[in-house]
Design a protein around this ligand. Structure first.
Ligand code: OSB
Ligand code: MG
Length: 368
């Protein structure tokens, strides 16, 4: 179908609770939403780049620039029949995976709507519900953290991820483990440590964690392989994996035993599914990470997580965990088996509410 026009919406949504990691404390979630118009249909994609280059080198501004000046011109007015056509047109662009993913995923939504199938069906997923957990940020005190964890368990989450950083690690994990001895628990360091911290990880190794996520440098696989060789607990890479090639290199050298697949970080649903397939072939479990998405990005994550090798719970919590009022409906709710239900409507299965979008919008572009 011929791509007639594309809109970029830069929005900023207040979070219900500040989210602190080893690299930043966020009160709102700025992001770009991409709307692709063709044949009377509109496909939506979310760019997961944040305000600053803290999690990755991309920001809202770099993504806006790359989308406006390079990616939109590569598909505007073009005949696009499959996501592969978009991937081929983006091949010249190095880096900027979150910008690429936003537009590619909008085309996935568009093409799924045209076929009258859900995005999960179009990807080849089978599940009706996907297992999920919640990612709990760093809190001002240990008591505040324990309250947060208790609240999420009461809401129905069966798996908890704790953000850690030097000085907020072993004691925090010990306290949570003592109070909930059987809780499926994992930690995420967002690259806050070095190999000099091996003793910290040896301590963490005693707590029966599901995994330790991205302990070392954000671009590293070599040091991670050295650390993995000394631990019982599986390491899981997040920041270091930007493509299927990165995933293969990391597995080849034993840098991790699990991969966190984030659609934005790896450059779109096509690459995300390729990483899933590679890991499935090698017997390596994957799970779907999150970037505090709105319901647009959340719906794409839920669809991706229906693929069979997404065997660990995703960081795809219910909409209410993030936003008082999302820009798209319906909200995702947590089921009593710690799952989210997969939408069955065509495409993403959520629809953007124009008034809500306009109310939180900072900038708008409609091309051509
Ligand atoms: O490292 O997984 C991460 C949020 C922003 C940036 C990086 C990360 C995260 C999360 C939140 O952990 C996951 C979610 O969306 O619930
Ligand atoms: Mg992470």
């Amino acid at each position: 179908m011929k791509i007639e026009s594309i809109e970029l919406h830069h929005i900023d949504l207040p979070l219900v609770h500040p989210f602190e990691t080893s690299f930043s404390r966020e009160f709102t979630r700025p992001c770009i939403l991409v709307a692709v118009h063709a044949g009377g249909l509109t496909g939506w994609g979310e760019c997961t780049a944040h305000a600053g280059p803290w999690y990755s080198s991309e920001t809202v501004e770099t993504a806006w620039h790359v989308l406006r000046d390079f990616l939109l011109p590569a598909v505007l007015g073009q005949e696009i029949e499959s996501p592969a056509d978009v991937v081929a047109r983006f091949r010249r662009v190095r880096g900027h995976p979150m910008a690429r993913a936003a537009l590619e995923n909008a085309v996935w939504d568009l093409l799924a709507q045209r076929r009258g199938v859900s995005l999960a069906d179009m990807l080849g997923g089978r599940r009706e519900r996907v297992p999920v957990g919640v990612s709990v940020g760093i809190e001002p005190t240990l008591d505040a953290l324990l309250d947060q964890v208790a609240g999420h368990i009461a809401e129905g989450y069966g798996r908890i991820k704790l953000k850690i950083k030097p000085g907020w690690d072993v004691d925090v994990v010990r306290a949570v483990r003592e109070r909930w001895p059987d809780l499926p628990l994992q930690v995420d360091a967002n690259s806050a440590y070095t190999l000099a911290d091996v003793p910290v990880f040896r301590d963490l190794d005693q707590f029966d964690l599901l995994l330790i996520e991205q302990p070392l440098h954000h671009d590293d696989i070599v040091d991670h392989a050295r650390l993995q060789a000394q631990l019982r607990t599986p390491l899981c890479l997040d920041e270091s994996i930007h493509s299927p090639e990165h995933a293969r290199w990391a597995l080849d050298i034993g840098a991790c035993r699990i991969i966190n697949v984030k659609v934005g970080r790896v450059g779109g649903l096509t690459a995300a599914r390729q990483i899933h397939d590679l890991c499935a072939e090698r017997g390596v479990p994957v799970w779907c990470g999150g970037m505090l998405e709105t319901n647009v990005g959340r719906a794409a994550n839920v669809a991706l997580a229906t693929l069979p090798n997404f065997t660990l719970p995703g960081d795809i919590s219910a909409s209410a965990r993030y936003y008082r009022e999302d820009i798209a409906e319906p909200n995702f709710e947590i089921n009593d088996d710690s799952t989210l239900s997969v939408p069955i409507g065509p495409g993403l299965g959520v629809h953007v509410i124009p008034d809500r979008l306009a109310a939180v919008r900072l900038r708008h572009l409609h091309l051509p």
